[in-house]
Design a protein around this ligand. Sequence first.
Ligand code: ZN
Length: 235
Amino acid sequence: MISDKVLAMCELMNDLLYQKIPESRHGYYVNQSLSIGYQTAGIIKAEFGENRAPDMEDLYRKFQIKIEFLEKSSKNCGVSFRAQSEYGKGGSAKVLIYMESIEMLASKSQYDLPGETYEGMSRKQALNIHLAHEFFHFLEYKSSVKQGGHMTDIYDKGYVSDYLEPVPLISFMGWKRKGSILRCSEIAAHAFAKELLGLPVLPNFFDYAYLMNEKRLRPEDFQRMVEENGRAFCS
Ligand SMILES: [Zn+2]
């Protein structure tokens, strides 16, 4: 199995500011983001699932988050969405689920690597993974400074990308700018979904599996990225 740290590192590499992160800080962003996700899942399991994964639709009801199922996926710059969160001014929350895209992902989520078998997701599992992922973003939103730091008993860190230290960017005429690493929120949401649902692998693996099955990512390129990230964490 590819380790969570390695898959988290693959996610970190997608950050717009990745090149600005000193190599010595990769471990900080990966480890902190993962552990925030795991810990939060532990709290939710203990509070709402008797230490098991709670029923996701039940959990959404408890937190008054609406789920809207849509068949057609919305496309933005050629990227099709599978789930999107919308927060209203009065504190309302809604998660839009694009079933067609989720089913497509599930149907192409099985991919074996040399010597390793990875089971794909069922339609229901894929749905639950997306609901868990968006639920974590809901906790980030609710506890963010803008929202007055609500729900501190469950989660109190706001957006993980704001909570973790920013990277220094260019300083110009004495102005020092800093940038948040947005992908840290994604890493934490993946770790949350994995821990909450007891998945065998960090769920961004399924995105890579899908891309390889679709022939949009060459398996050798994926393998190389995994090996390089693995070496970086073992050295
Ligand atoms: Zn996300």
